[in-house]
Design a protein around this ligand. Structure first.
Ligand code: ARG
Ligand code: ZN
Length: 469
């Protein structure tokens, strides 16, 4: 495409023909969550996402030159307008946008921070389905989270390690970058021959021509943008099936092969075991991507849908953790970034159940050890149901205190109801979104025990909670 933004948005002063309301929303970013502009008003990440439309599908066509670190890409986004829209915004950080079309017609666009504002030639009517095509290129840059971790498109020796929690997806594709808007995805990834490009879902084809290989991946179930990956490198690829017949695709950087062998060999058993605990595995395939990443990535893994990414060789409990997220986080996704405890508490509790299954401590013993622990800890720093600050989005309380809450819940409702909850929660909200209020109501409907005190204390109370059960 051409180097310049060919049809820049008119300056706000020149939009006299627009109504005042549209002007406000187009030029000031509008009220929190206003249709078409701003962000969706997330409590922790208010600038992410857009409330004006719902995406149905992303078609991402990426061509990556590994030597030059150059990405040449097109995104085709099919969405439905939730209100009459004169303009709307996508999230995209960095890179150069060369052209935007809506329903086949050139659209005006402008950029500010990570907001790409698109003004279609014709306004969009509420309920209308529309297709946006964005041509873009450049060198994707990783980003630093409020918690100082690195995410997004992270350069590796031989390609890129691509992860997106919470905001990193916008470093490599334009979209409605908020967990509240889930969509299906197709990826067409072209890399130099000899390299492998791995995305979510199932590999539809792999074709080599003129020194390049194109991998087509199809992710047919709704997915939050933070769970998308397109990890590229030299990988050893192993395909297999679980005893139930679920296809597995495992890509491992040769430098991590030895150290990850033991954990990856248990993947089929882990998926099978979790399917008994949490109900049927929600997707059509599973797997893992184990990469060799720069040392500045100081976190280990992300539960990318169907294919968790590991920044280095994982141990077995980490695989158990990321696979549990396929039910808790991926299939059932938080409505906002305030609700990550709904992901991490269950994934941590799954680790505890696995350790017990392997002959180790019981979850109650894990709880007791953490409760009694007097070493300096961040465990009680904030209530998991109200992390308050963006840097707390995946903080220790979300994991540990969240899992302890689940143990208290188990003690309150009894094993039978608790294990029913572990199955029915992912069944009820399968492929959708849920928040803390949904979970509290869901649990309360299944027991005569009044759970108010338990949730008030463990989810919302300040400081180290008093035991309720
Ligand atoms: N959800 C991931 C896990 O628990 C952690 C991701 C942490 N990433 C971050 N940027 N803080 O497996
Ligand atoms: Zn996790």
């Amino acid at each position: 495409g051409s180097a310049v933004n060919r049809r820049p948005l008119r300056s706000c002063g020149a939009t006299a023909a627009l109504s005042v309301a549209l002007l406000l929303s187009a030029c000031t970013g509008g009220a929190r969550g206003a249709a078409g502009s701003g962000g969706v008003g997330d409590p922790l990440f208010p600038s992410l996402g857009n409330g004006g439309y719902q995406v149905g599908h992303y078609g991402l066509d990426l061509d990556y030159d590994i030597k030059k670190r150059h990405l040449d890409a097109t995104a085709e986004i099919t969405a439905t307008a939730k209100a009459d829209l004169r303009s709307f915004q996508l999230d995209l950080q960095g890179l150069r946008v060369t052209e935007v079309q809506v329903d086949g017609e050139d659209a005006e666009f402008s950029r500010k921070g990570h907001k790409l504002t698109v003004r279609p030639a014709e306004g969009l009517r509420k309920g209308a389905e529309f297709r946006t095509r964005v041509d873009y290129d450049g060198t994707p840059q990783a980003m630093t989270d409020p918690d100082k971790t690195t995410e997004g498109w992270v350069k590796t020796r031989d390609g890129a390690f691509v992860s997106g929690e919470p905001a990193g997806s916008m470093t490599w594709f334009p979209g409605n970058n908020h967990p509240g808007d889930k969509a299906t995805y197709d990826f067409t990834l072209t890399v130099p021959k000899g390299y492998t490009a791995v995305a979510n879902g199932e590999l539809r084809s792999e074709r080599t021509a003129k020194g390049h290989t194109t991998f087509r991946w199809h992710n047919g179930r709704p997915m939050a943008s933070y769970l998308a990956t397109a990890t590229i490198g030299k990988f050893e690829v192993h395909t297999s099936r679980t005893p139930d017949g679920l296809p597995l695709y495992v890509a491992v950087d040769p430098a991590e092969a030895k150290a990850s062998k033991e954990a990856l060999e248990q993947l089929p058993e882990i998926v099978q075991w979790e399917s008994k605990l949490f109900g049927p595995y929600p997707f059509s395939s599973s797997g893992a991507i184990v990469d060799n990443t720069p040392a500045r990535i100081d976190w280990l893994a992300l539960e990318s849908q169907t294919k968790p990414v590991y920044a280095g060789a994982p141990d077995t409990v980490t695989v158990v953790h990321e696979m549990a997220h396929q039910w808790f986080g991926d299939s059932v996704t938080p409505k906002t970034w305030r609700d990550t405890w709904l992901n991490e508490s269950f994934a941590t509790y799954a680790e505890w159940l696995w350790e017990e299954h392997e002959g180790g401590k019981t979850p109650q013993q894990q709880f007791d050890a953490l409760y009694k622990d007097t070493a300096p800890t961040k465990r009680w720093d904030f209530p998991p149901g109200n992390p308050g600050k963006a840097k707390n989005v995946t903080g220790t309380p979300v994991y540990e205190r969240g899992a302890m809450l689940l143990q208290e819940l188990r003690n309150a409702v009894g094993d039978k109801t608790f294990f029913t909850i572990l199955k029915q929660w992912p069944a009820k909200y399968r492929y959708g979104n849920a928040d803390s209020a949904d979970f509290i109501a869901f649990c309360q409907e299944r027991t005569d025990v009044d759970l108010t005190g338990l949730f008030d204390t463990w989810l919302y109370g300040k400081g180290k909670p008093n035991r309720v059960y």
